[in-house]
Design a protein around this ligand. Structure first.
Ligand code: COA
Ligand code: ADP
Length: 575
């Protein structure tokens, strides 16, 4: 949270008018507005983050239940960055809606804004994504009905929700791998470390009894209540360390591993894991002791929260080092450093607007998951845009353009008589692209990141006569559909890699967003859409093409068609 609200922006909600003239509202949309009173605030008059988490969870849960028509429980909450603090007298507005339902789970998008009733100004505090699972008593698993997105914003969220789910379900494994392979140097044995604060001094242990107001009518504890208790003990550990006013800045993605019920005792433990210059990480662990067996505990949740602190003058405090306890403490200390790097990567790649993500972000194992997400979600966003303009049709291919801000994007659509899985296999093998696309001389595989993500070094002939060839380093991310009705997808974006530095004889160029979406039309027919968002480097190619869908592009489309037809039986389709 920021000490002050620096940029205030009035939030406008675009209206979507239905055919009958009514204004459309999403049927799962739930709104909550709360006036911040002293009982919701800390001693500085700022809204406690725990209270906000409770309101967010309640609003999101009601939205999930509206879709599921049965009780739901919180399964997980994605990383949250709190951008502003809220104060007594202000109004917090929470809006939640189901973005997509999968099988038994659904993603709920939550948007939090703050309003100053005196000035009428509104500003964004944060947005979050939570996953809820439908849990009706005695019915076993509940298969949810699908969400039908109506507006372009809903279609985009629906489409990207599948990619967020993918990231979520791999999260624990990913973080574990990254943390264990991290080579961050620690400062455990430096001179400064002699003046470090012993972590043990910040340790907090606290117990809570789950009472009926903390649970739903099925006696399941609300996820938001657990989060609020966790935030409260984390804040105590934070206060002990910073000797100032700790302010919660981020909460890492977490998962409710198991349920708890009315009557359970929730044991909460927190400690500062590591301190950086202007921020520090507190870890919290929540365990439930059930009535039936007090000696048995269930680990229900672990969370990692980062705090900063303000001194009396409202300036950011600088922190001393922390001296971890031997054993687990030292492990957590190193893991916290690795998580800090991961958080920075995430913020850099994901939190900023798609078009503000710098080109050619250096690829690194710790940001792979975010770059891959960014790659796929950028293409999904482009593909769900509504304002594509048909420019021309030639030889069964249609060329569309889209102008938005400084970006000019192109889409070429065609239908081929080849099964979608075969098309997907053939087109996702970029090393064969030169066989049908003369714009590319070579796609050389330089790193196979995993089954679905590959980095290529690409060489293209120059656009203008006599100038050097161009080269690109591209991350290709491919995805099979998450559910029927989704397209197969191959996304491309530039990254930079030390193993492929720019050379003097090639002009290093960049692609912000490009790729294919493939839709099955019939068993042996596939609609292919190829997208490219123009950056100054590739604009000359494209502007040549737009002037009359140049013979060049036509040739490429024909060649692609022929390539797919001729090679369809050479690929084994196992997807
Ligand atoms: N993030 C998001 N969704 C997750 C998830 C995670 N970390 N882990 C599992 N899920 C989803 C699965 O994808 C699946 O969704 P789908 O059916 O749409 O494909 C759904 O949860 C059920 O998964 P499944 O593997 O069948 O069950 P599970 O044994 O992993 O249980 C929970 C998942 C969430 C139901 C279970 O851990 C639980 O009950 N947790 C406690 C929830 C709770 O009570 N919260 C309130 C606070 S205590
Ligand atoms: P890990 O040990 O891998 O970090 P845990 O789920 O055991 O994961 O704990 C999560 C966090 O909770 C820890 O990083 C730590 O900050 C805090 N924690 C765990 N156990 C204790 C404890 N006994 N006392 C204080 N804090 C604890």
């Amino acid at each position: 949270m920021m000490a002050e609200t620096k940029e205030l922006e009035i939030l406008k909600e675009p209206l979507f008018i239905l055919e009958n003239g009514d204004v459309y509202t999403n049927p799962t949309e739930v709104k909550m507005s709360q006036l911040i009173l002293p009982c919701h605030a800390n001693h500085r008059g700022e809204l406690s983050a725990g209270q906000l988490l409770k309101w967010m969870d309640t609003t999101a849960c009601l939205s999930a239940e509206r879709h599921a028509s049965c009780p739901c429980v919180t399964a997980s909450v994605d990383d949250i960055d709190f951008e502003h603090t809220l104060s007594i007298g202000q109004v917090v507005n929470i809006k939640a809606k189901v973005n997509r339902a999968f099988n038994t789970s659904m993603e709920v998008g939550i948007m939090i804004t703050c309003e100053d009733p005196l000035s009428g100004m509104q500003w964004k505090v944060c947005n979050a994504f939570a996953t809820f699972v439908a849990k009706a008593t005695g019915l076993g698993k509940v298969q949810l009905k699908p969400v039908i997105p109506r507006t372009s914003e809903e279609q985009m969220e629906y489409s990207i929700a599948a990619e967020r789910r993918r990231m979520r379900l791999h999260h624990l494994e990913t973080i574990k791998d990254l943390v264990s392979s991290s080579t961050i140097q620690d400062q455990l044995n430096t001179e400064e470390s002699q003046r470090a604060v012993p972590a043990g001094k910040t340790r907090v242990e606290s117990i809570e009894l789950v009472l009926p107001p903390h649970a739903n009518h099925q006696s399941n504890t609300f996820g938001g209540q657990i989060m609020a208790w966790m935030e409260s003990v984390a804040t105590i550990a934070a206060s002990r360390f910073c000797k100032g006013y700790p302010v919660l800045r981020t909460i890492d993605m977490f998962h409710f591993r198991g349920p708890s019920q009315v009557g359970d005792r929730i044991n909460l433990k927190a400690i500062v894991n590591n301190a950086f210059k202007k921020s520090f990480e507190v870890g919290v662990c929540a365990e439930a002791y059930h009535q039936e067996a007090w000696d048995k505990k269930t680990h229900i949740n672990s969370a990692f929260m980062t705090f900063f602190a303000l001194d009396k003058d409202g300036e950011l405090c600088t922190f001393p080092l922390i001296k971890p306890e031997p054993g687990d403490g030292e492990r957590r200390y190193r893991e916290a450093s690795a998580r800090k790097k991961i958080r920075l990567d995430r913020k850099y790649i994901i939190s900023c607007k798609q078009t503000e993500v710098p080109l050619s972000v250096p690829w690194d194992p710790s940001n792979q998951v975010y770059l891959s997400y960014n790659n796929v979600s950028a293409l999904k966003m482009l593909a769900t845009k509504q304002n594509w303009v048909l420019n021309c049709t030639q030889n069964k291919a249609k060329l569309f353009t889209l102008e938005e801000g400084q970006f000019l994007s192109f889409k070429v659509e065609m239908t081929v008589s080849v099964n979608v899985k075969q098309v997907f296999m053939l087109l996702s093998d970029m090393s064969r692209r030169h066989e049908w696309d003369s714009h590319y001389q070579k796609f050389e595989l330089i790193q196979k990141v995993d089954e679905d993500d590959v980095i290529y070094h690409v060489i293209s002939p120059s656009v203008t006569k006599g100038s050097n060839f161009q080269d690109f380093v591209l991350l290709a991310s491919r995805r099979v559909p998450c559910a029927d009705g989704d397209p197969y997808l191959i996304a491309l974006r530039s990254v930079s890699l030390p193993a492929a530095p720019p050379t003097e004889d090639l002009v290093r160029s960049e692609v912000l967003c490009a790729g294919f979406t493939l839709w099955q039309e019939e068993d042996t027919r596939t609609r292919i859409a190829y997208y490219i968002q123009a950056t100054p480097g590739i604009l000359p190619y494209i502007t040549r093409d737009i002037t009359g869908l140049s013979a060049d592009l036509c040739k490429v489309v024909e060649a692609c068609n022929k390539f797919l037809e001729q090679n369809k039986d050479t690929v084994s389709v196992f997807l």
